[in-house]
Design a protein around this ligand. Structure first.
Ligand code: AMP
Ligand code: MG
Length: 266
């Protein structure tokens, strides 16, 4: 698939209004899309085993998006075919006091993947220029500097062997209304409901402004953003899986060559 259509070119201007959460430009058939996604999940499993066996590359996947945008669902699909010994998810929540006592990247750096590993971040250091900005949790002069600090941090990770893939799961405000309402209406979804999400929803426009800056200022050659239309869950899963598959294939990984010719099984 030509997933480049969803990639933000470094340095390009971004207008949130132009990013359509409903679009499915790379696949117009849901049944076909779902079928391809199942194949992709199997392929991702094979590639992850190779990543683990080769023990040479590190892969970091970052998922961001508004509440109900499908971060958890995407994690489930991406990791579905993978072995949990080399693939893990890291969820970033409100920082602890100890974390707040350090620089904002401290808690993030230690969770980055090691050789042979894939780590999927459910939220990330981007919260430090999203929720933190929207709620004025630090002074503007502090968060303003973070875009550059983030770019430099990610550049260091990339230069030392980490492939970084960033996804903004783009749902519409109306889709969020439906999904929050479902959480209220469906007893099986009550556990997902947080009253705070309704308060955050009131700040939708502020969040969109903050996301626009993130996409404009931190889509780089070494760590590009992909904006995934995410109103349709099947399309979201398909594109995210395909981008990760392409990235893993481009690493040209090979199983280690080990001479076992002298080994005899008695
Ligand atoms: P959830 O993803 O539903 O488990 O919620 C996690 C919560 O933690 C969200 O409300 C985030 O905005 C919040 N959070 C994550 N990172 C930070 C951060 N660096 N500063 C403040 N809040 C954060
Ligand atoms: Mg939540």
């Amino acid at each position: 698939m030509h997933t480049k259509v969803h990639r933000i070119d470094p340095g390009s201007k971004v207008r949130m209004k132009d990013l359509d959460p409903e679009a499915t430009p790379l696949c117009d058939d849901k049944a076909d899309g779902k079928e391809r996604c199942v194949e992709l999940e199997t392929r991702l499993g094979e590639l992850q085993e190779l990543l683990f066996a080769e023990h040479k590359h590190r892969v970091l996947v970052i998922l961001q998006g508004m509440d109900t945008s499908g971060k958890d669902g995407t994690v489930r699909h991406v990791l579905n075919g993978m072995s949990l010994s080399g693939a893990r998810v890291v969820s970033f929540r409100k920082p602890t006091q100890e974390e707040l006592d350090h620089d904002f990247l401290w808690r993030v750096h230690e969770k980055t993947p090691g050789e042979g590993e894939i780590a999927v971040f459910n939220r990330s250091h981007y919260e430090d220029v999203l929720v933190v900005r929207v709620h004025n949790l630090v002074d503007e002069k502090v968060w303003r500097k973070r875009y550059k600090q983030i770019n430099e941090f990610e550049k260091t990770l990339a230069a030392t062997g980490t492939t970084i893939l960033k996804f903004f799961l783009n749902i519409s405000k109306n889709e969020q209304r439906k999904r929050l309402q479902e959480r209220i209406d469906d007893p099986k979804k009550h556990w997902k409901f947080q009253h705070g999400d309704l308060e955050e929803r009131k700040l939708w426009d502020d969040y969109m402004g903050a996301y626009q800056d993130v996409l404009e200022k931190t889509s780089t050659k070494w760590a590009p953003w992909h904006v995934i239309p995410a109103n349709a869950k099947w399309y979201r899963n398909l594109v995210v899986a395909d981008v990760i598959k392409d990235a893993l294939e481009s690493l040209k990984m090979e199983y280690p060559v080990i001479d076992l010719s002298a080994e005899v099984v008695e």
